[in-house]
Ligand binder design. Sequence first.
Ligand SMILES: [Fe+2]
Length: 395
Amino acid sequence: MTAQPGSQIRIIPQKHDPTSKVNFGAIITGCDMNNLDEDDFQAMRNAIYVHGVVIIRDQQDLLPINQYNFVKRLDPEARAEHGWGTSKEAQEITGITGKLKWYTIPGTPAVQMFGQGYQGNDHYGLKAITVQGTSHDNYHAETLPKENIARGETRFVVFHYDGIVYGAHPSRVTTLRSLRVPRGPPLTVRWDDGSGRTMKAQAGATAFYSNEQLYDLLTPEEKALADNSYWETAPHPFVWTGNGKVRSQGVGLVSSEKLDLNELPPWSVDKVYKYPMVWVNPVTGKKGFQVRAEAVRKLYLKSAPGAEECIVEDPEQIRTWLNEILDRIIAPEYINIPSVEEGDVVAWNNWGVMHSATEYPEAYGVRTVHQCHIASSTPPLGPYDSTSTKGELKV
Ligand SMILES: [Fe+2]
């Protein structure tokens, strides 16, 4: 389909395997992200929200500053800073995400280099850097032996949306440009949850599932509950969740062990948010079930607008309730792992899909990506206009 009369941009829905139930994803061609007029920009924005994930081909010449400009154009009021913050302090307080070392591309406020391996003597001004790839070892309770990784088996590291959800709202859209793609036979992603499930993935690929599809998998009663309920984050949630590990299928927690609030770095109540359980797609109006397992400290459950509210604070009760819901979507038929080529930019609606990195063996070579997202200037939209942004934590 052509975006606009006269436009070169083509947006083609991704073709999925006949066994797949994935209903999102599109390929975009004919786009020059260095030069997007307003009509083409709006077509791109629309495509991200309609298709959830888009793979924009042929962006080999995209300047890092223009990758940032595209993300900023999607949220002009947002702070000119990466969604995780970029200071040393920010790296320390992001806890589990802080285990990833990131490198800002000089001359940009929010484009980070990730990947794996030696990035050359001078990569856009970053000198002689060797990047440690993302490993599931930091997140999973039981890890795959290194021999399995070397022979092409892997795991989803952890499904998440981007953002620190403490003093900064989740980023609206994330963009990921592949500059170098590892080469080799497809890897086998293992669930290792007793189900025997596996699926194939390109080395270094990013996997996605849709929270809008997850919402559709809820019963009518659960949808009513989700529509009317809220969840509250912990202060410094990724420090608070401490050593709590993720299940081997890459989503949901193994235990409800948490740090005590007084063990956390200094925090303030005004940065602790209360989010709707359901976020509404700003373009299509579709609803997505959006609770972040590692960050949720409290549930405010209500089955109808006038119903009595039930507050749940028991971490074990929250964990088991949430895992049962997440189990419905963490199945091969709901996961989209688009193959990418060098020069592709993958852009996604961070308020509608979850994504995960996959580990790959060193023998496949170097991976280089430029990633950009910025904390949203506004909280996500709930199904009603009663979106609350401040938690009710008392000190
Ligand atoms: Fe991410």
